[in-house]
Design a protein around this ligand. Structure first.
Ligand SMILES: [Fe+2]
Length: 341
């Protein structure tokens, strides 16, 4: 094979529409000492790849990842959208809608669930984008307060932007942490940097980075797996996350985006919990989204769904992205009650 063909093979998935970055644009990656342990845990390749992609492509509007267009990174149009909504008299209502967080109750019937876990309540919070609005953090804390659940899962997108300072988002997560019931598990989304991992875990939140934990009650087991962002960074590794889970055991997968639906089902997971889509966030009456940022069937982009033997739930998310408004698509936190059968 000539050298030119080898080089062509390293190009982007969407081909000529996306120019290659010159080699000089790639920043050197020097993981700080805090990340050294993470390199050993994730694999040095995973960490290096994630950091390199964040540095080189974290602001990309076109190309990369599973979808070609990333509106969340087109910051100049955010102001335009805001202005149009204000002119149309819709902005204030959209802001109020975004703060009216619903508590959704969802029951998941899982044939493989051990009797000892029948009735387990899992609180899911997704797409918090915590540094977008202080008013939102206050509304979220008020909504979570008093919700009863046995454990909490956070399914990614803590930060508002996909690049830049991540500390303000985690300072707000620290304030929210005392409100979260039970053990807390989390995954990263496409707005999150892998540099967040040590700080999040210092809050007593266990991140699942292509990993799983096994919950036990008496002799019964329930496995909870989580993957790194499968949408933009395509860093989710289901095979690694599921490694060691017996095929006959009940297992739940946390995946920031539902785009992993068929890989997860064929890996043998019983339930997939996702977010990312915001349900469209801006929808027509009846909940019809104007746009979805996921490369998967619309049926899997909001609420409960099923693919073969696997149940799924895609949360509309609690927070908002791009412009902090919602129409016909309320923000939510979800209490999933697991039932045997
Ligand atoms: Fe996302």
């Amino acid at each position: 094979m000539p050298d030119s063909a080898i080089l062509a093979g390293t190009g982007e998935r969407r081909g000529a529409a996306v120019p290659m970055d010159p080699p000089a644009a790639m920043p050197p990656v020097r993981p700080d000492p805090e990340l050294a342990a993470l390199a050993a845990r994730l694999s040095p390749v995973h960490l290096r790849q994630r950091l390199n992609m964040e540095g080189a492509h974290g602001k990309a509007v076109f190309g990369y990842g599973r979808t070609f267009f990333h509106l969340e990174n087109w910051y100049s149009i955010h102001a335009l959208i805001r202005g149009v909504l204000k002119l149309g008299g819709l902005y204030g209502r959209g802001l109020r809608n975004a703060l009216a967080i619903a508590v959704t109750r969802h029951e998941a019937r899982l044939p493989a669930l051990p009797a000892a876990f029948d009735g387990l309540r899992v609180l899911q919070l997704s797409d918090l984008h915590l540094d977008a609005s202080e008013a939102f953090v206050h509304a979220l804390a008020e909504r979570v307060r008093g919700v009863e659940a046995d454990l909490t899962v956070l399914t990614g997108d803590f930060r508002y932007r996909t690049h830049g300072d991540w500390r303000p988002a985690l300072e707000r997560l620290e304030r929210l942490r005392p409100q979260l019931p039970g053990e807390v598990y989390a995954i990263l989304g496409n707005h999150d940097t892998v540099r967040m991992v040590p700080r999040i875990e210092s809050l007593g939140i266990r991140l699942l980075m292509n990993e799983h934990v096994t919950l036990t009650r008496a002799d019964a087991r329930l496995h909870l797996a989580g993957i790194d962002d499968p949408h933009f960074f395509e860093a989710g590794n289901i095979e690694r996350a599921a490694d060691g889970i017996p095929a006959e055991d009940c297992a739940i997968l946390l995946s920031h985006s539902p785009e992993t639906w068929w890989q997860a089902a064929h890996a043998g997971f019983d339930l997939l919990l996702a977010g990312h889509t915001h349900g469209g966030q801006v929808c027509l009456p009846g909940g019809l989204p104007l746009m979805l940022n996921a490369d998967c069937p619309r049926a899997y982009c909001r609420g409960p769904w099923r693919y073969r033997d696997m149940l799924g739930y895609t949360s509309t998310g609690a927070g908002s992205s791009i412009v902090g408004v919602r129409y016909n698509c309320p923000p939510e936190i979800v209490v999933h009650t697991l039932r045997r059968g």
